[in-house]
Design a protein around this ligand. Structure first.
Ligand code: SF4
Length: 428
């Protein structure tokens, strides 16, 4: 069969898609990029915000319109929280909830009576990642979370923590390396909780990956800023572990963090960042901030802003709070008017951009190794521009002769200036 796989939302959804692609190919099916060519669609949905819910529904309706004969499987957080609606009103052929998604291909084969033709399976050859224009593989290391941050629906949709075994993860990484992938990002719901159900830890996992694989570049996707083992940052002395962490702070004042039921106070967060910066040169910290959380007074806002400025971040993802039904925060009193949320978001975006450009400017003149991604774009001067990331996840661009192929190459470059428009560094 011709199968099209699509995910929206988090990197974990993307990592799961890659796992299903490999399994379907092993059963002799073909993974296709064009949804209109597919006999079977697999959609990994998202429900982190109301907007994500809308997008999930719209995507299903669109594929039903554009490819009415295709069978549709829906998984992911929206499907898990609204399985009846997905199977009923939306009329998908099969709903696989998050707790069963590791078995999705088996369940689909049984329930939809899919043919299994391992003899037709093609050599893994070119990774379907490359076919989808990607050079970085997301590796799912664990699922679920034991915490209950009051704004978070993910912990509800994905359930308790469960970790993949060290052996499984190492085997998958070595597979990707054999297929030519040079960079991976370890992802999960509560990455710091890896191994809590296996008597293991994230530290042990990273040590094992560094010892038992030759993957040149290893990244961590988003990691909650707690439950990190002692001496954690010592691991980054190995140059294969990229010196960047995305540590969601969410708010810069303890009274709001308390209403969010976050496990990290501002002093703990600051201590963690200082430890990282003291242990590893050029360590880049990025974060998530929610503005306009219920009850956020002007004073709390000012405290939060001051703390964010004091810590300093290479990049910020800024979210205006939107109530998510099914979460505790959606029932909290004193919602912040949209106008005020907009103002605060604007101010924080300005600060975030200042901090980002200051961070970038600090690297002009440095030599770094960049993994170039994507197909490149012809510029006005006829040169082809490629983008990639430095080890500490700063975005870098380079202009080369149009016939030069850079995709999936790692090259050492000198950072010559800041491209204000592209908010990246220019290299030569
Ligand atoms: S730790 Fe993260 S995944 Fe867990 S409840 Fe909080 S925000 Fe959600």
């Amino acid at each position: 069969m011709q199968i099209h796989l699509k995910a929206i939302g988090c990197r974990l959804n993307e990592a799961e898609l890659e796992g299903w692609a490999r399994e379907f190919k092993a059963d002799g099916h073909q993974v296709v990029n064009d949804a209109n060519e597919a006999d079977l669609m697999v959609f990994n949905s998202c429900a982190v915000t109301q907007q994500a819910v809308r997008k999930s529904r719209q995507y299903i309706k669109r594929i039903q319109r554009d490819n009415p004969t295709a069978k549709i499987i829906m998984s992911g957080c929206y499907a898990s929280l609204n399985s009846e609606e997905a199977a009923g009103a939306l009329g998908v052929d099969l709903v696989v909830e998050n707790k069963q998604k590791d078995q999705l291909v088996k369940i689909a084969t049984q329930e939809l009576n899919l043919p299994v033709m391992p003899q037709a399976a093609t050599e893994p050859g070119e990774s379907s990642l490359f076919q989808r224009g990607r050079q970085r593989a997301f590796i799912k290391i664990q699922d679920g979370c034991r915490y209950r941050c009051t704004f978070c629906i993910v912990t509800v949709a994905r359930g308790d923590e469960r970790s993949r075994t060290l052996e499984e993860i190492v085997a998958e990484i070595n597979d990707f390396h054999q297929q030519g992938i040079q960079e991976i990002a370890l992802t999960g719901v509560h990455v710091g909780g890896y191994g809590s159900d296996l008597d293991s830890t994230l530290y042990q996992l990273l040590e094992t990956i560094l010892r038992e694989t030759d993957m040149p570049r290893i990244r961590l996707a988003s990691v909650e800023p707690w439950d990190l083992p002692e001496h954690f940052f010592e691991l980054f002395k190995n140059p294969r572990l990229m010196p960047h962490m995305h540590l969601p702070l969410q708010s810069g004042t303890n009274s709001v963090l308390r209403r969010m039921a976050r496990r990290c106070k501002t002093a703990d967060f600051k201590a963690l960042v200082e430890q990282a910066r003291a242990t590893v040169p050029n360590f880049n910290i990025t974060s998530d901030i929610i503005v306009g959380f219920p009850g956020e007074t002007e004073q709390e806002w000012q405290e939060s802003l001051a703390f964010i400025q004091e810590v300093g971040f290479g990049h910020l993802h800024i979210f205006s709070y939107s109530p998510r039904s099914g979460t505790k925060a959606a029932t909290l009193a004193n919602p912040i008017p949209e106008k005020v949320k907009k103002e605060r978001s604007k101010i924080l975006h300005q600060l975030a951009q200042e901090m980002k450009l200051k961070t970038l400017a600090g690297y002009v003149g440095h030599q770094v190794e960049v993994l170039w991604e994507g197909e490149g774009k012809i510029q006005a001067d006829g040169k082809k521009r490629y983008w990639g990331y430095a080890p500490n996840y700063l975005r870098v661009a380079i202009d080369v002769d149009p016939e030069q192929k850079m995709s999936n190459q790692i090259t050492a470059v000198t950072l010559k200036s800041v491209d204000l428009e592209g908010e990246c560094l220019l290299a030569h």
